[in-house]
Each structure stands twice: as structure tokens, then as C-alpha cells.
Design a protein around this ligand. Structure first.
Ligand code: OXD
Ligand code: MN
Length: 597
């Protein structure tokens, strides 16, 4: 039984069936009965393990092959017709060559397997922002994850026009999970994604990075909207007014934590609340009132487990307590629950680490080994999140007051600054950078430029993407355009200690940002943009940790360091030749001139 009579969809599926030759075909209708049946099957084959129903109701455990635990950027290709359209920051292959290579790998690979056809919607079904995709997969794990991360099934097809060709084709073939033949290919001009030889989330949940960022960024350029690697949060003041902020950070900068921030006690007592609309991706377009509105196209959180605990992010932890799939974490065999580094201080003694080795967790840790993989994940429904915004399902999205960029800079960037205007804000985003941490392989403290946190996710030429930002700005009335800011929670003193407490206290900075957007507070004009006066950041309740004096230091702009930074930016821009928008070149020239004053 099919769920649509849309000919473009049915023809494409027929073609792919012919290629991969499944034994049977199952359409995912989104019903709880069908999903429950699939969970049962996955448990029977060992693909998943049911966890303790009392402690973690509806939760399952899965492990991937050890060679398949993360996104693979050097095997992620943008297959545009022209190489120059992929740009210098993407890996590229000509579409003809890529299709042939992928079809040769995929051919007959579903023999003895079932093809699952997943119709899914990115965004609330029927919202003007939303887009439809069809993912074909031979993995029940993928089906069950997609059913959490997106809206799936009959309701999606029922709302989809019979003659529409505006849908994204996605073919996933697990094959043998051979790392040498693993490819994640986006064909932006064909609305097509093909992923082979992986079963790791970021490579196979095609709605997420592949569609909602790489393909969607390209669609957005052509259709006048934006797909961004941004969280969305709402800040409610004691009067009940909510202002929304979109923020982009490179990995390991606490994006999910900021998205689910818990206000400091003093703020909570006054009645402040923070609402999470999304933790990873924003789709943004202009509303009828001329303001920019954003939706979170996803329906779940695919979060990194290690580091998530009661202190760092109680809301994310709460979201994982039911209906969640855990991947590559450790298992506590005494009570059939899960554990990961820093969840608490008590690794299970009777444990199974992430590859399945039975071990005494305490001894294992004493040997300096991880029980959970550092990139182990939870796939949790957004509806579980205690601070999920009541506007989460709003088909019109939420109005954005500010865009916030940020990174990890030990010495350079001040706690917060505001760009002079939209174009300067685009420059701030385009030149975003973060210092590498010990969490990733390679040297520590090296500056890696990651424009708008989109480096691995932009589906076309990065300089054209910057131009798109500039062009969007031209369509906005400056009074209605979101103001653009940069934050740095990671400034260190000369002894290497963090100078700002971070976490919930970041609300103090967000409060200043909102006040700036509302024109309620003055700022100091500096070489890099507008900075707060220290007195304007509320430090109530932070006594002893941060004083107005130490705040001055976190807000300091060291001109010599910034001159170095300007050189780094110049080198970075050189990679893009004459494609860098003139507005960004002008911002660089202004920065240099300001620093020489
Ligand atoms: C993610 C990422 O998993 O950005 O969200 O890598
Ligand atoms: Mn992300």
C-alpha cells in the first residue's frame, strides 16, 4: 500500500526499487502500532535493546559499528553541476560521476532486506515554511530515529499536493557499513541526497544536516529565505513579553545548553523564563509585517550525551527520560539503563561500554578510558523538553529580534558586542572562528574559521551564501531587521581561568542584547562595534564571581590582538578570491582603519 498517488514520488521510488532490489517495501504511516512493531523487530534481531521500562519508558539502546560514529566531512560531497558552485570550502564531485559511483555501490544492496519508505515533513505539517522529503532506507534504526526527529507518515502525504515536485529525494543504503565506500552526497540542483555505507545519525537521518541545512540552504538562496545552523530561544520577561533570538556556534560551544538555559535564581524569582524553540537548525523567512520569522524544522533533539547532566542542562536530561533512542552510550547492566561521561560521578560497576565490552566501569575509568563514545547521542522528542516553547508548533514561526554569533576565543573577542548594522553583522558571522578544544583530534587552541557555523553544512559556494545574507538585509527595513551580535563565553584570564561563569548566567548577556534591540540601553562605540558599559550588564547574584571591574576586563578590546585577527580574516577572504561581497571587504577595511586610529 502506498500513501500517495503523486507520480513524481512513485516513479522515483520505482526507479530506486529497480536499483537496490529490496525483498519487500513498507511505507511508514506514522502510526504508533507500526512503529511499535518495528521496535519489536529491531529488538528481535539485536539491532536495538529495550531499556528499563520503569526507569526509561519507551527508551531503546543502539550501537553503531566502531568505524561509523560521526559525520565524515571529507566524504560529504556537494555534487553541483559546476565545481565553482560548491566553492572552496566544500568537497565536490560532478553529478554524473557521483551518481554512477553511488549507484554502483547501492545496486542490489537491499537484497534480503526491506525498503522502508519514510514520507516526512521538515517543519509543522502544512506550515508555509515546511518542506517534504521521502527517505528510503534499509534500517529500522533510521526509521525510528526519523520518527522522532521529524513529522512522518500519512499526515505528511495527505497534506502534500498530488502534482507537486517540490520534495527532497533521499536514498540511504546501509550496505556493509564499509568506511572506504562511505559517501554522503548532496545534489542541490536535483533536490537529492544519497548516503551509502553508514548507519550513524548525522550521515543517515537525511532530514537533518543533509536536507535541513545543505539542500535547504541552496533552496533558500533561490527562494528568498534562509536555512541556518542556529538554535532558537525565547526570553520571557516578568511582564510576559517574549523576545526571540537565533544563535549560531561551532561545535563544542554549548549550543544545546544555551537553547535550554535555566535563568539564574534572581531572574527566576522575578519571573523570567527561557523557552526553547530549537537547538540546532532554523528556517527563516520574512513575515507579512516585514520582520524575520523562524521555525525549527525538526521535531526532536539529536544531542551529544557526554557532558549532559543535571547541572549543565537539566532540561536536555529530562527530555531523554522517555521515548528516547540512545546511541553509543554505555549501559548499566544492573538496571538496564544508560550512562555517559559526566552524567554523574558513579560509573556503573557492572557496565557494558559503547562497543559492547563488559567491564567494571570504575576500573575502566581508572584506566583513563571512556565508557560512552565522546560523540554518543540521544534522540529525544522535543515534546519531552520541560522548557519547550508553546510556539514550537506555530506554523508562522516566531519573530526574531537578534542573531547571535559566537565562538571560543580565549583572549580576543569580548563577552559581547553588537555589529554597527546588518552588513557589518554579516561580516561578524562570516569571520566567526573558534579555538579548537581537546574534544577534537588535532592541535588545541588553533583558530578554525567557521562562517555562521555553516562550514560543513552550506550546500553551495560560501561567498554566494554571504551574498545571500547581504541580499536578505537589503529587503529588510532596518527598524525591523534583527540586530546582530557576537558573544564569547570563553574568555580566559592570564592564569587560564574562564572569566565568565557561562551556563544560566549567559541570560545576563542576552538581557543586554534584548535591551539593545529595544533601544533601552546605550553602548560604547569601539573599533569592532558597540560594546556594553559594564554597569549595564546585571551582575546581581554573581557577587564574588564577577565584579564590574573584572567585567571591564572581559569587555576589553586589545587592538594589537585585533590587528592580528584582521590579518587572519584577510587571509581567509583570500581563499574566496573576488567572490567576497564588497560589503564584507568594506567591513574589513573599516575594521583595519579603526584599529589604526
Ligand atoms: C550536530 C553537529 O550534530 O552540528 O548537530 O555536528
Ligand atoms: Mn549541529
Amino acid at each position: 500500500m502506498t500513501l500517495t498517488t503523486n507520480k513524481s514520488i512513485l516513479d522515483w521510488i520505482d526507479e530506486k526499487v529497480e536499483l537496490v532490489k529490496p525483498d519487500s517495501i513498507v511505507w511508514i504511516d506514522g502510526s504508533e502500532e507500526q512503529l511499535e512493531e518495528l521496535r519489536k523487530q529491531a529488538c528481535e534481531t539485536g539491532e536495538m535493546i529495550k531499556l528499563n521500562e520503569e526507569l526509561l519508558p519507551g527508551c531503546y539502546y543502539h550501537r553503531t559499528k566502531p568505524n561509523d560514529v560521526a559525520r565524515v566531512e571529507d566524504r560529504t560531497l556537494i555534487c553541483s553541476k559546476k565545481e565553482e558552485d560548491a566553492g572552496p570550502t566544500n568537497h565536490w564531485m560532478a553529478p554524473e560521476k557521483a551518481y554512477k559511483m553511488l549507484y554502483d555501490i547501492a545496486r542490489d544492496s537491499y537484497k534480503g532486506r526491506t525498503m522502508y519508505v519514510i514520507p516526512y515533513s521538515m517543519g509543522p505539517v502544512g506550515s508555509p515554511f515546511s518542506k517534504v522529503g521521502i527517505e528510503l532506507t534499509d534500517s529500522i534504526y533510521v526509521v525510528l530515529n526519523m520518527a522522532i526527529m521529524t513529522r512522518v507518515g500519512k499526515k505528511v502525504m495527505d497534506a502534500f499536493l498530488d502534482d507537486s515536485n517540490d520534495w527532497v529525494r533521499g536514498l540511504h543504503c546501509k550496505c556493509d557499513v564499509d568506511a572506504e565506500k562511505r559517501w554522503i552526497c548532496q545534489f542541490p540542483e536535483d533536490n537529492t541526497i544519497i548516503s551509502v555505507n553508514s548507519a550513524y545519525g548525522g550521515n543517515v537521518l537525511l532530514g537533518k544536516k543533509c536536507f535541513a541545512l545543505r539542500i535547504a540552504s541552496y533552496q533558500g538562496k533561490n527562494e528568498g529565505w534562509q536555512a541556518e545552523h542556529m538554535l532558537i530561544l525565547g526570553i520571557e520577561n516578568p511582564q510576559g513579553e517574549v523576545k526571540y533570538v537565533c544563535a549560531a556556534f561551532p561545535s563544542a560551544c554549548g549550543k544545546t545548553n544555551l537553547a535550554m538555559l535555566i535563568p539564574p535564581e534572581g531572574y527566576r524569582k522575578k519571573g523570567y523564563k527561557v523557552w526553547c524553540v530549537g537547538d540546532d537548525i532554523s528556517w527563516i523567512r520574512k513575515g507579512e509585517d516585514g520582520r524575520l520569522y523562524a521555525i525549527n524544522p525538526e521535531n526532536g533533539f539529536f544531542g551529544v550525551a557526554p557532558g549532559t547532566n543535571d547541572k549543565s542542562n537539566p532540561n536536555a536530561l529530562a527530555a531523554t527520560k522517555k521515548g528516547t533512542i540512545f546511541t553509543n552510550v554505555a549501559r548499566n547492566l544492573d538496571n538496564n539503563t544508560v550512562w555517559w561521561e559526566s552524567l554523574d560521578k558513579n560509573p556503573p560497576v557492572n557496565a557494558e561500554e559503547w562497543t559492547g565490552i563488559k567491564t567494571n566501569g570504575v576500573e575502566w575509568k581508572a584506566e583513563g578510558k571512556n565508557l560512552a563514545h565522546p560523540n554518543s547521542r540521544f534522540t529525544a522528542p522535543t515534546e519531552n523538553c520541560p522548557c519547550l516553547s508553546p510556539e514550537f508548533e506555530n506554523p508562522q514561526g516566531v519573530p526574531i529580534s537578534a542573531f547571535v554569533f559566537g565562538g571560543r576565543r580565549a583572549k580576543l573577542a569580548p563577552l559581547v558586542y553588537q555589529s554597527r548594522d546588518w552588513n557589518h553583522g554579516v561580516f561578524v558571522g562570516a569571520t566567526m572562528a573558534s579555538e579548537t578544544t581537546a574534544a577534537a583530534a588535532g592541535a588545541v587552541g588553533v583558530v578554525r574559521r567557521d562562517p555562521m557555523a555553516m562550514l560543513p553544512f552550506c550546500g553551495y559556494h560560501m561567498a554566494d551564501y554571504w551574498q545571500h545574507w547581504i541580499d536578505i538585509g537589503k529587503t529588510l527595513d532596518p527598524d525591523k531587521a534583527p540586530k546582530i551580535f557576537n558573544v564569547n563565553w570563553f574568555r580566559k584570564d592570564d592564569d587560564g581561568n574562564f572569566m565568565w561563569p557561562g551556563f544560566g548566567d549567559n541570560l545576563r548577556v542576552l538581557e543586554w542584547i534584548i535591551k539593545r534591540c529595544e533601544g533601552e540601553v546605550d553602548a560604547k562605540e569601539t573599533a569592532i562595534g558597540y560594546l556594553p558599559y559594564a554597569k549595564d550588564i546585571n551582575l546581581e547574584g554573581l557577587e564574588g564571581e564577577v565584579t564590574e571591574e573584572s567585567l571591564e576586563k572581559i569587555l576589553d578590546v586589545d587592538k594589537e590582538l585585533w590587528k592580528e585577527e584582521a590579518k587572519g580574516i584577510e587571509e581567509f577572504f583570500a581563499k574566496f578570491g573576488d567572490k567576497v561581497p564588497e560589503e564584507l571587504e568594506e567591513s574589513l577595511a573599516t575594521l583595519k582603519a579603526n584599529l589604526d586610529k
